[in-house]
Design a protein around this ligand. Sequence first.
Ligand SMILES: Cc1ncc(C[n+]2csc(CCOP(=O)(O)OP(=O)(O)O)c2C)c(N)n1
Ligand SMILES: [Mg+2]
Length: 351
Amino acid sequence: MELDYPMKQIINDEGFFVDSSYEKQIDEELVRMFYFNMLRIRTFDRKAINLQRQGRLGTYAPFEGQEASQVGSALALGANDWVFPTYRDHGATLTYGADMVRAFLYWNGRVEGCVPPEGKNIFPPAVPIATQLPHAAGAAWAEKRKGTKNAAIAYFGDGATSEGDFHEGLNFASVFKVPVVFFNQNNGYAISVPIEKQMNSATIAQKSVAYGIPGVRIDGNDCFAVYFETKKAFDFARSGNGPTLIEAVTWRTGAHTTADNPSNYRSEEQGRDIVDPLDRLEKFMKNYGYWNEEWITEAKEKTAKEIEAAVEEMERFPAADVNDLFDNVYAEMPTDLAEQKESYLAHLRGQ
Ligand SMILES: Cc1ncc(C[n+]2csc(CCOP(=O)(O)OP(=O)(O)O)c2C)c(N)n1
Ligand SMILES: [Mg+2]
């Protein structure tokens, strides 16, 4: 089946075109947009890990290694589309226009972290695995019924494809032909479980066959392949053809979260042969005359400044309020939850 879903690439590991049909569509503006956004979110990601280590941020789920998948897909979206991310997709949401201060606040347990910016349809990160797929199908269905050209994207991992919600989301979307793109980031692991133990399928893309929808397998570390394939899937969806399942093959360079130690289940050699997406774009830029030291230095200064300012603003907020854990779940709190809340608050008071 792997043969039926060959991995699409536009540039190879050495940063050379393997598909020259895209040469004309890739210009300096696009290349700089990719590099800038990938640099920006990588700097955010590394800062978040440092803050957690210093006790200034709660547990954090890093996405280093997945920048091309997240930036490439987010830049392919339209202004009024719906985004359903997981806990690991801040790279995508920040690129789409999420607020950086709120992204930090999310990891400090503040409710502000779940509030999207005005005019941007970005859902809070889904932590319960795969629950966002039916939500995305539902939002896309609503857009279809309203007669708009807006679509939705659901981000999810390789492990999520073992959940019932994956099936329900894809089946519903396919039966009702709704405009949604199911964007899978196959980073090889679901916490400590490698993909070989997770499924017997050679690819995730082939799971599309069961729902009668197109499946596409792309090199998730090639920002151009991600961008152009995601755009195609959105054009397909907006034209009334229904969903697409995209498998972006990538790699999580770091730990599952800051509470995880990958050396317990992964050897250091694993992943060594994978070319980092930013390094690959740098090679491409050097190969084709786009690399400009002055512009790179400016981009680094700009992102560093933005991130420092966001951290300062995040730190002006008070610590997380434990009441929020209970108060924002239901419009009217059920009695068992009210009892749990009371018991927890009593525990905090030392009673
Ligand atoms: C319904 C549910 N079951 C179990 C978990 C615990 N859990 C958190 S992350 C994770 C692994 C998910 O792996 P994958 O879908 O590949 O995404 P990744 O973390 O690699 O981005 C699991 C099992 C959960 N959050 N939700
Ligand atoms: Mg995974």
